[in-house]
Design a protein around this ligand. Sequence first.
Ligand SMILES: [Fe+2]
Ligand SMILES: [Fe+2]
Length: 340
Amino acid sequence: VDLELQIRQLAEQGFGRTKIIRAVPDASEYLVRRIIDEVKGTRRERPFKTVPETGSSRVNNFDVVSALRPIEIKLGKPQSVSKNLDELYTVAVFGDVQAPFHHNANVNVACKIIADQRKIRLDETVDLGDAYDFYAVSRFDKNPLRRNLLQDELIIAGEVRARFTDAAGDSKKTFIPGNHEARLKKYINQNAPALAGMPQLQLDSLLGLSSAGWEVKDRYHVIKEGFVIKHGDLVGGQSGDSAKKEMNTAWMSGASGHVHRLGVHYRSPLISHIKGEQPYVWIETGCLCLPDQEYLDGKYPDWQPGFVFLRFTEDGFVFPELVPVHEGRAYYRGKLYEAT
Ligand SMILES: [Fe+2]
Ligand SMILES: [Fe+2]
């Protein structure tokens, strides 16, 4: 009450709000305003209950709420957004084709879309591995009823390679071996070490990759400073989980396959704010293989078929575009693609 009296006396002497607050520091701004209003006889009715007063509270719901007015939407010309008509540096990324256990219709639709993108702009095509299953040389038990010859596999896989090579056209083509390709070297080392190092048995020459225009990388491919593509080796439980692990291990942006899932993980650490960089991003690139690989033993895999386009601005900003593919169907640039 003393507080209120003090304020009222000051208000009656004509002191303003700021001066009263300074003279009576325990008073809340709300209380001072209310008393000034009362003294001036302009006190408005409260439309509803406000937050209870406390000695130090400066919350003034009444004034904030009473200042609200409905807004009027004025329709006019859209704000100008500049559109760069030159397409951005474009990279097609796919992986985990697992030929000869590839999904034929999904491979066909992916090839068609990559070829159509090439008509607009396609700078690079990256196959991030497990392109070949190497079933015949795997250390896992093999179906004895099947004819398990590596040569048979390579003939079919070579035909799939030809389709991707046609689709990629004259874009820069990069191949990153995965763990399935590593089966070849392991098999030779374990079963015929005397043949290790023979040029004809090296991955590149056996698969005819560089002669078809694919540059074979050892472990990873750096697209732009700060963005890497690798096969992937870190496994998470669900879509996006391994992207998170890969990013946190690589400590940069990138893309990987291996888990056969489509997913994206973003992160904006303090350093990206300080350096004015975009959020870090890691993409899981899906798969183009059959969903019933033998080693699954009849289990339903948590996989998502598809592939990815990455588009980079000059200064390295990346826009990922995931293209999910389901049973030979995909949606891309306003069109539904269907393949058999
Ligand atoms: Fe794979
Ligand atoms: Fe893999």
